[in-house]
Design a protein around this ligand. Sequence first.
Ligand code: FAQ
Length: 318
Amino acid sequence: MVPIKSLEEKFQAAVDAEIKIEPKDWMPDAYRKTLIRQISQHAHSEIVGMLPEGNWISRAPSLRRKVGLLAKVQDEAGHGLYLYSACETLGIDREELFEQLNTGKAKYSSIFNYPTTTWADIGAIGWLVDGAAIMNQVMLCRTSYGPYARAMVRICKEESFHQRQGFEILLTLSKGSEEQRAMLQDAVDRWWWPSLMMFGPSDKESTHSAQSMKWKIKRKSNDELRQQFVDATVEQAKILNVTLPDPELKWNEERGHYDFGPIDWEEFWNVVKGNGPCNKERLAARVKAHDEGAWVRDAAVAFAEKQAKRRAEANKVA
Ligand code: FAQ
């Protein structure tokens, strides 16, 4: 029998040589579990992430805005589906993943537990939330697990379009009336800090980063990505003529980066633990949608069974 150690060494050597790990390849159990955890949390985030924006589909200010928003929300559904499929290649069933989400056992991104109270929130989500999501996800296109990396390529293209769509909504508001500019500023005030929290705890507090980086699941740390996001976004805020709600935000010549103020980690963990402004509402909406969709799943299974029976009978005749 080949000793486990040598299998692990071979695995790490493949990762180091940038050879993608595929579903049938040997992999350490902890690598498989880490991927199931991360990919499923990511899939759940895409699915729950439809809810805050879905809230505005029927209230979009014009037909053009409605069409754009509808397409974006549908894209997020598609991202969830690619990611559930990628996750299933690791040997877990989709029903089990849904069960984890619907019973509150699984995590999804903290950001989707905040309310969308005005139309400007839709622009702010596109600009800041999709902007943060892309910053994190571009590195995932090169993640070591093949199915996850391939799913991320298309997701990133779409997220990038969403970010531009959000920015364009805000740019329009920035050129509008005094009320529209105030609505824009208010949305940015509310979404800025939660967007920075999306990158996860600081590197010192992150439990999984070191191992995930060794396995090249993650290519950049939470703090590195957060900094990259701040640096890019401050410049874009100037074009929107909006103030980012951080008095400590300042260019640091020596570091070649923007310094920014402390993140309220108490708020972050509170939201992650289920006590954010909308956690209960989001979960209830998911459970309702899942229950109401039961007939579609039943019909799909019945159809597949009927087809299989027909095929079996046709084979018998032949
Ligand atoms: N919210 O040790 P780390 C999107 C948890 S998609 C909740 O640093 P890791 C698209 C973490 O799970 C947005 N929990 O963990 C869209 C862990 O808990 P655990 C989602 C969080 O995995 C846009 C613990 O804290 N993107 O927005 C959060 O190495 C607009 C310790 O943390 C992804 O999922 C958080 N923000 O790094 C849709 C990308 N942060 O599992 C609709 C893929 C951390 O031990 C509209 N995921 N935690 O119980 C990743 O890159 C990573 O999983 C991180 C966290 C970076 C999120």
